[in-house]
Design a protein. Structure first.
Length: 84
């Protein structure tokens, strides 16, 4: 797992959850709105099941219970694990 990435290098942010729906989809929509309001147009935000995280992922946001899966699927990604 990478500890950091330059903001200018980020092209994709993945919200991952167990099944690829639900809370990750709501978070994706919220972040898309915030990026649009900030006029950030070159970052793609998607949701996926944790088991489908691509190996070349850059930034993955995931519940702490799925952090090990995210790290295994994308060992070079910045993995942001949350509690709630």
């Amino acid at each position: 797992m990478t500890q950091s990435i330059s903001a200018a290098s980020v092209k994709t942010i993945i919200f991952a959850c167990e099944a690829g729906m639900g809370s990750s989809l709501m978070s994706v929509n919220s972040l898309k709105k915030k990026l649009k309001a900030a006029q950030v147009t070159d970052v793609t935000v998607v949701h996926k099941p944790a088991r489908e995280i691509p190996a070349d992922a850059q930034v993955v946001v995931v519940h702490k219970g799925l952090a090990k899966t995210a790290c295994a699927k994308a060992p070079n990604a910045v993995v942001v694990a949350f509690n709630h």
